[in-house]
Design a protein around this ligand. Sequence first.
Ligand code: 5RP
Length: 225
Amino acid sequence: MIEFEKRLVAREALKLIGDVKLLGLGSGSTVAIFVEELAKSDKAGKIKVIPSSKQIEEVARNQGLEVIYPDGERPEITVDGADEIDSNLNLLKGGGGALLREKVLAYNSSTYVIIADHTKLVEKLCSKRALPVEVLPYGVSWTLGNLIKRFNCDARIRIKDLSPFITDNGNVIVDINCPPLEDPASMESEVKGVPGVVEVGIFVGLADLVLIARGSEVKVVRQGF
Ligand code: 5RP
C-alpha cells in the first residue's frame, strides 16, 4: 500500500510541474519514484534537474535525465520527500542523510513541493523519529556531548555498515532522540547554535505545497491554509 501511495503522489506531482525547465530533486525513495515517472513522461527531454544527493543523482542519470549542478539559475520547483510532516507543514528530514543539500535547494527554489505517503503525517515533529543533525567530523565527540547536555536527550552518531555514516558533504549525522517538538523553529535555531553543527533536519516555513497520498486519494495542502 505504501509503495502504491508513493507512486500515486509522484504522478500527481508530475502533473503539477507543468513545463518547468529547471527542477530541483530531493532525495529518498519517494523522489526516486517521481524521477522514474518523470523519465517516462514527455517532459523528460525538455527538463534539467539539480540533484540534492549522490543517491538521487544516480537515479536521475540512470533514467537518462539531464543533470546539472547548482550554479546560476535557481530551480523553479523542487520536489522532495519528508520523514515527518506536521499540520503547519513543518518538516522533519534527514532520514537518508541528505538534509543539508535538501535545505539549500528548498531555500533557493521558487516553489518547494513535498510528496509523501500518509504515514509521514504527525501532530508534532519527532513523534516517530529522532532528529537528524549534520555535524562536522572535527571535534564530533565534543559536539555530541554538547548536544546531549544541552537537550538532555540521548543522541548517537548514525552508523551504517558498522561505521559512521558519512554524508555527501563529508560530515557525520547525529540522531537526537528528543521528545515531540513543541516549537520546531526554536529547536532548529537552538541546535544550530551549537558549534560543530552544520545543519538540522527541521524545515520550518519552507514547504509551499504538500501532497499526501492516503489510499487512492491525494490531498494537496498549501502553506498558509
Ligand atoms: C533524505 C530525506 C528524505 O526526503 C526522507 O528521508 C524521505 O525519504 P523516503 O521518501 O524514502 O521516505 O529527508 O535526507
